[in-house]
Ligand binder design. Sequence first.
Ligand code: F0G
Length: 417
Amino acid sequence: MYIDLLTDSGTNAMSSEQWGGILSGDEAYAGARSYYRLQDTCRDIFGYGYIQPVHQGRAAEKVLFPLLLQKGMVAISNMFFDTTRAHVELAGARAIDCVVDAAKSPSIRAPFKGNMDVAKLEQLIVEYGPEKVGLVVMTITNNSAGGQPVSMQNLRETYAICQKYNVPLDIDGARFAENAYFIKRDEAGYTNKSIKEIVGEMFSYSDMFSMSAKKDGIVNIGGILGTKDANSPLVTGIKANCISYEGFYTYGGLAGRDMEALAIGLYEAIEDDYLKYRIGQMEYLASLLDDAGIAYQAPVGGHGVFVDAAALLPHIPYYEYPGQTLALELYLEAGIRSCDIGSYMLGNDPDTRKQLRSEFEFTRLAIPRRVYTQAHLDVIADALIEIKKRANTLRGYRITWEPPVLRHFQASLEPIR
Ligand code: F0G
């Protein structure tokens, strides 16, 4: 493998400052200095009262969701990431996506395609009854929709609806800094605000957040869970679940040195120059695909280019996985690893076990932070251009074995001949 675009999660290059932090981590079991540094950083950036380290994003979901969800309930999101959806289902509830329609048309260039459809959200809350809606999750940026950002206005409106019906709101903030950059770049009234000010306002429109720090924490492992109110009744349950599943609540499955590196990475992630370079890489790769007439979720989002495999391979139906087919072809063509964000990832209906049809079929080219150069991006575009020339000869795949949950991490496939 020459270029690894499987994920931008935990694959980031840490800075010399962060490696320095690794050496000075405090490994006390309880109340380590590194924990307080992380807590102070998170209070400063996000403005939340209670901060719980966990080992990664899905750990935050595992600790938090069973406190709010149970059988017969639903959780609604602008779009659930796959592990987030899985933890809703593991808690016995059902997950409903509620993204704006524009997200479903990759060729429509609209800003903030990650937004929640707020009218539909309100309608769903009324339909199910507010007491049945255990949780609303706002994913920023909206990974499954193509790393598309959510606007400040949409965050504000979503929070207002949740407050109106007394439904708890959780920000899934894995890519919070990239989201803030788009607000600064594209939303009226934010051009002259600092990224830190924008992040502070974004997080003011939620009750809690869960975060995989392996993305915008720019670390290789880590996660955070926070409640705005330090005295929230949830905190007791969070601490109890954390002690059972993750470790004592002042380290939550992380080493002291991990918390030290994360506290530093969170500040690096909100630097203007870093974010300009970061989103600039996406814009550059997307511009090469524009020149070649290769469709992707446009305008390009924050952590990768999501190639529209359904447009490139229109002859391959969703149940033969066009997104996965293109991912495999990219590997064969140029040793580039990527992944499907489409029907292959979505999996089967948990009740009927029938293959679900995704709103889109993407091949995700996720770009790790501070790892690849412009030359790598040129190789990626060249490989796609070569594949486009023979696109109509490609065939789909079928699954020969799959596990019951999160199958795309483990399933086996064979080509359809
Ligand atoms: N939420 C979002 C929006 C994510 O993108 C991810 C992970 C998680 C939660 C779970 O976090 O991996 O630290 O347990 N996304 C990775 C990806 C795996 O490739 O997009 P985790």
